[in-house]
Structure formats: C-alpha cells, structure tokens
Design a protein around this ligand. Structure first.
Ligand code: UD1
Length: 418
C-alpha cells in the first residue's frame, strides 16, 4: 500500500499546471456511449477514477486508447448492451452516469449501486425520480440498479435537492427523449455546463446549463466529436490553499478564475493575496493566516470538496474558524486524523470549530477519503517534522502526480510502498 511522506515547513514557490476536471471527465467519458461512434476527449487527468471508468467502458465493449498526454480516443460503436460488471461499477460513485447514458442509448441498463467516498448517506433518489419521470422502470435488487424503458418521453422534472449527479444523469438520459425535458432546481456547477457543451458538440440540444432551469429538446441521434475538458477547480483550489497555508508565491496555471471565485474570496479573507489573470491565479502568502467562517454550498457557493483542505490550513490560523458543512451529513470524519497532528477542532454535527494552534506536528495518519487525503497533504506541508499518509490510493483517485507537482514547488514530499 502506497504512503505519501512529507517533511513539513517548506515554503512553496513556482508554477503548477492544473489537470482536467475529474468530475466533468467522468460523465463525459460515460456520455461517449451516446455517440455510438468515435469520440476524442482531450485534457483528461491521468488519475485512478479515470482509469477505473475507462476499465468499465472497455469491459462493456468500448475500444479505448488513452495517451500519456491525457487524450482518450473512445469508440463505443461495438457496445451492444450495458450491463456493467458489478465489482467494477460498485467501486466508484460516478459509475451511476452509465445509467443515464445507457438508458438513453439502449433503453435498458444495469449498474451496481455506486460506491465512492464515505462522507454520509448519499442517496440517488433524485436520479431515479428523473429516470422514472422520463418513462423508465427502475428496480434495485441485490445491489444492482436496473432501468428499462420502452420509450423515453420528455417532461418537467423538479429536483428536491440540488444534485450535480442527478442533473447530469437526467440531461444524459433526456438528450434523445421525445420532446422537451425541463430540469428545474438544477445544479449550476461548471462541470454541468461542460457536460452540456459536450452533449451539444455530439448534436444534442441542451440549453440553460449553468442556470437552475435546463431545457433539453430531444434529438434523433448523436454523433462522435472532439472535445476538451475544463480545468479542475478542486485541484486548483487545493494548490491555492496549500500555497496560502505554507506561504510562498505560487502560480496556479491553466484554470478558469471565474470557477474559483468562492475560494479566491475566502483566501483573501484569511489575508493571503490572490491575483487573477486570464488563465492563471497567483497566490502570495507569508503563511500566517487569519481564521475565517465557511459554509459549504452548491456552486457558486464554497465547494464542499475544498472544505477539508481548508480546515487543515485553518488549523494553524490565528483565532477561531467556524465551518458549516451543509452539503454532506458526515464530512468531518478526517478531523480525527488532523487531531493526531495536534489540531484543535471540535465537531458538533455539521459544524466544526477550529481553534488555530501555533504549529501542527507531523504524525502517522491515514487518508479516509479523497479530499480527506488532500487535507492531510496540506497539514503535512505546514506541520513540523515528518507526516506519513497511509492509504495514498484515495489521493490518487483525484490528484494527478501530486508529489511531483508539489516537489516542483519546493515541497519535500515522496512516495513509498513500505
Ligand atoms: C458530486 C461530486 C463530488 C461533490 C458533490 C457536491 C462527482 C463524481 N462527485 O457528487 O465531488 O462533493 O458533487 O459538489 O462529480 N442527494 C440526494 N439525492 C440524490 C442525489 C444527491 O439526496 O439523488 C444529496 C446528496 O446526499 C448530497 C447532496 O444531495 O447531500 C449533493 O449531492 P450531489 O450534488 O448529487 O453530489 P454527487 O453528484 O454525488
């Protein structure tokens, strides 16, 4: 099992290139099924979750080539039906995107109930409600979700919770439905817009993505295309938080600054300097942050995925920070690991109160999920002494070459399997 080792206390300086957005790439790869032809997807991150979804796509009969440069050529013309292998599909959350894509192309699909990070119950009732509204019959038996429809017919769907996954899944299921589908109370995250742009590049007619009402006029058929995925706002945010906390002068390159507004505003409140340019941001910090209050919210609010790295940074800020997690019910489990490093954090339900301390101390800790792993990396960078992060595979699910990228910025970080 890989471990990441960090000798803390080094300032970060230089430039880091941000990879393509995992959370856009996963549905886009799944949506290639809709073309039934060859698609070329560029700017994909070479991370575990992408290898995993590609494995599922290959297992159902897609032909895939994935270059070192992050370009995937994917031909789904030979896929005849979609029964996703159980053990592969239950392991990642994003396998649920095969439901929307499979339902649209084959009117019949089977995928295991999805896994993913352990951050509280994560129902998929809104996805199912959407599929049923379009005319599908959905059954869950022995851990497998089966959806079947004779015809998919456009309709109005109001989401009871703002869900990224449900919005994207319903969009994919509806692109070839008869007539118009309207999704109300839709999520507005940048990757919803990215997936909609990809669907439109394949010939779909999706309007309004990025607002809370999305209209999809069904088309007969989609076709292959070439598409480039947007940069990863969460990876970018993680490096920005790391730079602010460790101190230094870092250019976070290949980003869309508009997608980073909430983290930019919050870092400025902590007293870090953030300068925005066209496609990069520069973070300048002396590493002495002030405590701030944060409430996680759907986009354009503060991203729940950055809550964890941010708490690590605030554990050494001056004064108190109050963090309210309003998206997930149990996204504070990693705090026990931060406490091993000396963090003074009290958790009460969905609220964490962080009292900044002088200095964290390096310790042996364990990544409990993807962003918890990122939080421990930030903690390790600012702690005194050596931090050993076990279960590094969680981090590899979402961060491409993290040791390499941080080493290039001057951090002392390496990986070992001992
Ligand atoms: C996606 C991201 C994840 C991010 C999250 C919120 C991927 C692969 N993952 O997850 O990194 O943390 O958005 O920005 O893109 N909910 C329901 N019923 C549903 C669906 C969701 O109650 O049918 C609830 C969830 O339990 C959660 C909230 O809605 O409390 C938001 O979840 P959602 O936006 O769907 O997250 P994911 O798409 O799973």
């Amino acid at each position: 099992m890989d471990k990441i080792i960090i000798e803390g206390g080094k300032k970060l300086n230089g430039l880091v290139d941000i990879s393509g957005f995992k959370n856009a790439a996963l549905p886009i790869i799944s949506a290639c099924l809709l073309a039934g032809e060859r698609c070329v997807i560029e700017n994909l991150p070479r991370i575990k979750d992408i290898f995993h979804i590609s494995k599922i796509m290959s297992a159902i009969g897609s032909e895939i080539e994935f270059s070192e440069k992050g370009i995937m050529v994917i031909d789904t013309s030979k896929v005849e039906k979609l029964v996703a292998p159980y053990d592969l599909s239950r392991k990642i959350r994003a396998s649920y995107y095969l439901l929307g894509a499979g339902l649209s192309r084959f009117k019949e699909v089977e995928v295991a109930y999805p896994g993913g990070c352990d951050i509280g119950t994560r129902p998929i009732d809104q996805h199912i409600k959407g599929f049923e509204a379009l005319g599908a019959k959905v059954e869950i038996n022995h851990g497998v979700i089966k959806c079947k429809a004779d015809r998919l017919i456009g309709t109005k769907i109001y989401l009871d919770v703002v869900s990224v996954g449900a919005t994207i899944n319903i969009m994919m299921a509806a692109v070839c439905a008869e007539g118009r589908t309207t999704i109300e109370n839709a999520a507005k995250e940048p990757h919803i817009v990215d997936v909609a742009n990809f669907l439109n590049s394949m010939g779909a007619n999706v309007k309004g993505a990025g607002t809370d009402v999305i209209r999809i006029d069904g088309v007969e058929k989609l076709h292959g295309c070439t598409y480039s995925v947007i940069p990863d706002q969460i990876e970018a945010g993680t490096y920005m938080v790391a730079a602010a906390a460790a101190g230094g002068d870092v250019i976070v390159n290949n980003v869309i600054p508009k997608h980073l507004e909430s983290i930019i505003a919050k870092l400025r409140e902590t007293s870090a300097e953030v300068i925005e340019y066209d496609d990069f941001v520069r973070v300048i910090s002396d590493g002495k942050l002030k405590g701030v209050n944060i409430k996680t919210l759907p986009y354009p609010g503060f991203a729940t995925d950055l809550q964890q790295p941010m708490v690590a940074a605030l554990s050494m800020a001056e004064g108190m920070s109050i963090i309210t997690e309003s998206v997930y019910e149990a996204r504070f489990k990693y705090i026990d690991e931060l406490k091993r490093m000396g963090a003074n954090v009290k958790v009460d339900g969905r609220v964490a109160i962080v009292e900044g301390i002088e200095r964290l101390s390096g310790a042996k800790v364990r990544a409990t999920d993807l962003r918890a792993g990122a939080a421990l990396v930030v903690a390790g960078l600012i702690a005194k002494g050596k931090t050993e992060i076990d279960n590094a595979f969680h981090i590899d699910r979402g961060y491409e070459n993290i040791e390499q990228k941080l080493s290039n910025l001057g951090a002392k970080i390496y990986r070992t399997d001992r």
